[in-house]
Design a protein around this ligand. Sequence first.
Ligand code: DOR
Length: 394
Amino acid sequence: MDILIKNSRVIDWSQDFKGDVYVENGIIKEIGIDLQKDCAVVDGEGMALLPSFIDLHVHFRDPGLTYKEDLESGSKAAVKGGYTMVNLMANTKPVCSDMDTVNYVLDKVREIGLVDAHQCVSITRGFDGKDISHLEKLGPEVRMISEDGYDVMDSSVMLSAMNKAREKGITVMCHSENHDLSKVDMRLAEDTMTWRNIALGEYSGCAVHIAHVSTVDSMSYIVEAKGRGSRISCEVAPHHIALTSDVVYRVNPPLRERRDADYLIKCIRDGYVDAIATDHAPHTAEDKKNGSPGMVGIETAFQVCYTKLVCEGHIDLPRLSEIMSKRPAEIIGANKGQIKIGFDGDLVLVDLEKDTVITSGSFLSKGRNTPFEGFKVKGEVARTFKGGRQVYPL
Ligand code: DOR
């Protein structure tokens, strides 16, 4: 697919200038000023053109829980939020522990054709906490494994999984939560397991990605580990920087205190946070009433982060692009996330001036569970392109 997007403010982690981007056969071919091409032309005047976003942490609930979300509704929600790649968690029904389930998901996502996906496999088979024999059989499509929603409580099992992952070149994504302590103190539950997961990662030499970091202490352990040069990356969710525990909304890890959010923002500014990841977790109203933790987030992440981080002056747009596109692409191993010749033509045109009120009724996700209902935010995704083809709006 060939397309020329003209006159927009072209921004990625390394640049911010007014110009044009030409995509040929799905790949960025030329970047410059006043380009002329014999192909479809989009006028991006007044808009910012960024690499589309990559979400390292989403739940599309397919297979098995499709009354909450499915691969089609999830894909539609993703492109509306400016995303063209998602990392799908394994807490489906059945739990994704084999290549049949991985292939089912990847084939279906490809058929829908809106986004690219990586499907995580569980660290232990069926989240049983013990058996890691399935890891031997994983194909090269699987680049990350995760026990999301849980954690691997037995440290010797986790260490064996990390050793196997290192051998196979797989990253272990850690939902750090000590379930023995969850009922005692959710902060202690996160902090103790973040520390353990870092220690096991360093001991095994495996690449570790810490999911949804939410506390001062967990983040400080990561800062220290990065200082030692360990193979560690981490993500922060928009709700953990934009909301604090005075908002009553059940999510795991929970909304924290002001000092936690402030420290996470400081670490985003100082370069220690690798990625913004939404933990997009659709639930029905009924399931929320019955206590299911989580919120949808993929349709509001850019607006929330742009408003909170950029409009409030904590970081600039290139840094936001780095944590929403470049670093997530590097962690998942995708040729995306930068506006550079040779990268995928996955781009998003954003109206940065647009004032919007978040309204769950307009979501394309099946989930309406958001604590951001009625929030005034700045910035709106106008168009999303995947390989030069417009995928939003359709
Ligand atoms: O709040 C959450 N919801 N946290 C998780 O770790 C899992 C997620 C879900 O799957 O609903």
